[in-house]
Design a protein around this ligand. Structure first.
Ligand SMILES: [Zn+2]
Length: 102
């Protein structure tokens, strides 16, 4: 539910802005850099996955568009919890993040 409160809430404003940015020719801007050592530490639960190394490559090279265009990364990010490594149905990832890691 997009308008529910609590664990099932999806912020419509952020979703709409994300969809808008995805369609813009202007590249995504993040005002910080990613350090590979810090990424590996953050991704320790999924470090054995090939997609994990690919995610590090994409973030350190700042090729953010590949986060939603690379099939390996899309499948990885929509079904895996990066914090504990558990695998979920795409509809369950958001709820898991709120329940287990907030
Ligand atoms: Zn988790």
């Amino acid at each position: 539910m997009t308008n529910a409160s609590g664990l099932q809430h999806l912020c419509v404003a952020f979703r709409q802005l994300g969809m808008m940015v995805q369609k813009m020719a202007q590249p995504m801007f993040l005002p910080w850099t990613f350090e590979r050592a810090q990424l590996r530490q953050f991704l320790a639960a999924v470090h054995h996955e090939p997609a994990s190394e690919r995610l590090c490559d994409v973030l350190t090279a700042r090729h953010f568009d590949q986060l939603w265009t690379d099939p390996l990364l899309v499948q990885f990010l929509r079904t895996r919890c990066l914090l504990c490594g558990l695998q979920f149905h795409p509809a369950e990832v958001s709820g898991h993040l709120h329940r287990a890691h907030s």
